[in-house]
Design a protein around this ligand. Structure first.
Ligand code: SF4
Length: 360
């Protein structure tokens, strides 16, 4: 059994179904179970903007669960304080999805809450998230202006009332988020890393990675996601605290990662926002896989790159000897390159820092 299952591609429903199959999720389900699915619908904007969970992924989950003979399924979410969940359900394709599969939609903003103690904190958590037998968290891996990044743990904020969301900010955000990640433990996490935003949770600058990940430990998945985005896990304060509280472990060299289709990664097809267009000027791409390209975009956004250098990336460089600097194993023929297939943005960031140190 792997710790993290990864699938690359553009057929999101089938990718999700295959991931669940590979991880043997059926063996963990029982016919009478009440299933809750928690996507990220923080705002009422379609998933291609990089903020919200693709409905096709949730559709893949529903199909898989119903094929296992389980039909008591609800999708639950509460958008951020400034938005309306029902509008998000409608605009993001979830109302249609619910109708098609006979699934209930629960707006957690309308829900009652239960007080749960975590050390010195008393957290209010929505009943609907607690009253299921199997909670499936379906976050988006993306940037966040206050916390650096958001994925599994922070997505659980949709399971608390609006008044509690406001209170979290008065409590400094990091501690209550980490505590929530420790008291509310979804059984399964399926991460939408299709085109998460570069730096804002409300989207606008999607970075295409065409990747879905599945795992059971939210700290493990978040720390792995942080590295994919160019962070060391300890740089994400709520993650450091969640680990300290015992919510899970960081991903490291011993983490077992199973890529279902490593040989069939789609090539990048970046919808370029102005920020990403600007960063792309530092890149010389030839047949780059989306996940590889995304790692480089995140690293360039964090570091600004190396002055006067363009990074070679992509399968077009495979087996070629060339000068300059490369990213990914395909560019092993460059004078110097960052290893990985795909590499993590955190490795590219470190590499750029070392390179700059040598230059200055
Ligand atoms: S190193 Fe090459 S094959 Fe591997 S992810 Fe990057 S572009 Fe794709």
């Amino acid at each position: 059994m792997a710790d993290i299952y990864i699938n690359y591609g553009t057929d999101l429903q089938d990718m999700t179904f295959s991931l669940m199959e590979a991880a043997g999720i059926k063996n963990r389900l029982k016919p009478a179970m009440r299933i809750g699915i928690k996507p990220n619908l923080v705002v009422s904007r379609s998933a291609d903007g990089g903020a919200t969970t693709h409905p096709e992924i949730v559709e893949g989950i529903i199909r898989y669960i119903q094929a296992a003979g389980i039909h008591n399924i609800a999708i639950l979410e509460g958008s951020w304080v400034g938005d309306n969940t029902q509008r998000a359900f409608n605009n993001c394709g979830y109302s249609e999805l619910a109708k098609k599969y006979g699934v209930r939609l629960i707006d957690t903003k309308q829900d009652r809450s239960v007080k749960i103690k975590h050390d010195e904190l008393l957290l209010n958590v929505c009943e609907s998230a607690l009253n299921v037998d199997y909670l499936i968290n379906v976050p988006v891996l993306k940037g966040h202006c206050q916390t650096g990044m958001t994925c599994c743990i922070k997505n659980l904020k949709g399971c608390i009332p609006d008044s509690e969301k406001r209170r979290f900010h008065t409590m400094g955000l990091f501690k209550p988020i980490a505590a929530l990640g420790n008291v509310l433990r979804p059984a399964l996490h399926i991460v939408d890393s299709i085109c998460g935003d570069l730096s804002f949770e409300e989207g606008g600058n999607p970075v295409t990675a065409n990747r879905i990940m599945l795992g059971f430990d939210p700290v493990l998945l978040d720390s792995y996601g942080a590295q994919l985005m160019g962070f060391a896990p300890d740089e994400i304060e709520y993650l450091r605290l969640a680990k300290e509280y015992g919510a899970g472990e960081y991903a490291d060299a011993d983490t077992k990662i199973l890529e279902l289709n490593a040989d069939n990664r789609p090539k990048t097809d970046i919808r370029q926002s102005s920020i990403i267009k600007k960063l792309s000027k530092h890149i010389e791409a030839d047949g780059a896989c989306s996940a590889c390209f995304a790692a480089l975009v995140y690293a360039l956004d964090k570091t600004g790159g190396v002055q006067g250098e363009r990074f070679k990336i992509g399968q077009g460089f495979k087996g070629k000897t060339c000068g300059g600097i490369g990213v990914g194993n395909c560019t092993a023929g460059c004078g110097s390159y960052v290893k990985g297939c795909p590499p993590k943005a955190s490795d590219i960031v470190e590499w750029i820092k070392r390179k700059r140190g040598r230059i200055s």
